[in-house]
Design a protein around this ligand. Structure first.
Ligand SMILES: *Cc1c(COP(=O)(O)O)cnc(C)c1O
Length: 396
């Protein structure tokens, strides 16, 4: 099918919840994708921070093909080797103790919220437990995850949502302290807010929250669905803050292209929260997706991806600083590692910049607050940074 035929049928048959860019992607290789007309694009959005290893990274496809030839799906009623391998990799990398695999980020958040509520319920048997979340956050579109997403526009048509949620101001510790009471069971936040406009947590803020949670036995849930898996230069962004969550949520780059997420619990939560009968999933963590997760961890280590991110992210940051200095339309540059944002002036709508960039052969997306979002594959090199910056220079 050509682009016109594809777009026609998609618009005719698919529920219109996305305004799509006007290209149809056919294939990818490394840092680039090709559309059905044969045109190539440099990819700086990586399937929204999913394709950490880019397209067809050597060894990835082979591992998945081998798993297809064995078994795709078994149900969680049976043991399988990819589960053993992937669970060990995720748990050891996080320094936490037990993992539950899901199909998506939203489901990882749902599971984390349930675990926190159950932990509090086991302590006092009450049903009044509150959760504190952050303004400007994003945790997913399912009802539980949406309930802790601090964005009125996303929430409004769907109220009433899950009860017992209060919102504090991100990077304002006293606003969190003011909401804590004897019913508070959890605090959930992104270590680096993604969708909300690329805002890293301040060190004092996150350390203060950890201390507060320790003092009051409140569950700290860190959502690293977007900022985890090496994106900020460490496997998990929290490693740079000297804190550890009680529950970690991950997804996006966890499987580098297959739909998989996870929530990971420390020993305390694992021992006293979800038990047989409390939680489940038909597909979650099936052999196919976990063969991918296992392979991703192996490839990250073999290629020393974290070391590469450490080196290349400084170069990207420099080039973006330079772009910000040369264009009045760029108001600020923020980020950590290969997760960065350029905040644009109100008279420079980010949608126009991403559309212009597409015309010039660059895939890049926005984030909230008129921000141009940079989440390229972690295998990016200086040459590709230069290419993207040159295109954006023209667009701005
Ligand atoms: C993408 C994202 C989610 C939701 O993940 P889905 O797989 O789309 O459900 C949750 N939290 C954060 C921080 C995200 O970036």
């Amino acid at each position: 099918m050509n682009y016109t035929e594809i777009a026609h049928d998609v618009e005719k048959y698919v529920l219109h919840t996305y305004n799509r860019f006007p290209i149809a992607i056919e294939s990818g290789q490394g840092m680039r994708v090709k559309d059905v007309a044969g045109r190539e694009y440099l990819d700086f959005m990586a399937g929204i921070a999913v394709y950490a290893l880019g397209y067809h990274y050597p060894g990835y496809d082979e591992a998945l093909k081998a798993q297809i030839d064995k078994v795709l799906h078994t149900s969680n009623l049976y043991y399988h080797e990819p589960l053993a391998r992937a669970a060990k990799a995720v748990v050891e990398s996080s320094g936490l103790d037990k993992v539950f695999f899901t199909n998506s980020g939203a489901e990882a958040v749902e599971g984390a919220l349930k675990a926190a509520r159950k932990y509090a319920w086991l302590k006092d048997g009450k049903n009044d437990h509150e959760i504190i979340a952050m303004a400007g956050s994003f945790h997913g579109r399912s009802v539980g995850a949406l309930s802790v997403t601090g964005n009125d526009h996303y929430q409004e048509p769907f109220r009433p949502l899950m009860g017992g949620i209060k919102f504090a101001e991100f990077n304002n510790l006293s606003s969190v302290e003011a909401l804590v009471n004897e019913t508070t069971c959890a605090i959930i936040l992104e270590t680096v807010q993604g969708e909300g406009g690329i805002h890293p947590a301040d060190k004092d803020f996150l350390q203060g929250i950890r201390k507060l949670c320790d003092e009051k036995d409140i569950v700290l849930i860190l959502d690293e669905i977007q900022c985890g898996m090496g994106r900020t230069g460490t496997m998990w962004a929290f490693e740079q803050y000297g804190v550890k969550p009680d529950i970690l949520c991950c997804a996006k780059a966890l499987g580098c292209g297959v739909p998989v997420g996870a929530f990971v619990l420390n020993e305390k939560l694992a021992a006293a929260s979800l038990a047989p009968g409390d939680h489940g999933t038909t597909y979650g963590g099936n052999p196919f997706v976990l063969a991918a997760v296992d392979t991703v961890f192996k490839l990250f280590e073999e290629a020393d991806i974290l070391d590469h991110v450490g080196k290349i992210s400084g170069y990207l940051a420099e080039r973006l600083d330079d772009l910000a200095a040369r264009h009045d339309s760029v108001k600020a540059h923020r980020g950590l590692g290969l997760m960065r944002g350029l905040e644009l002036a109100p008279d420079c709508p980010v949608g126009q910049v991403t559309s212009k960039a597409l015309e010039k052969g660059l895939l890049i997306i926005s984030a909230g607050g008129n921000v141009l979002r940079f989440v390229p594959p972690l295998i990016i090199t200086e040459k590709e940074v230069d290419e993207a910056v040159a295109i954006l220079d023209e667009c701005l």
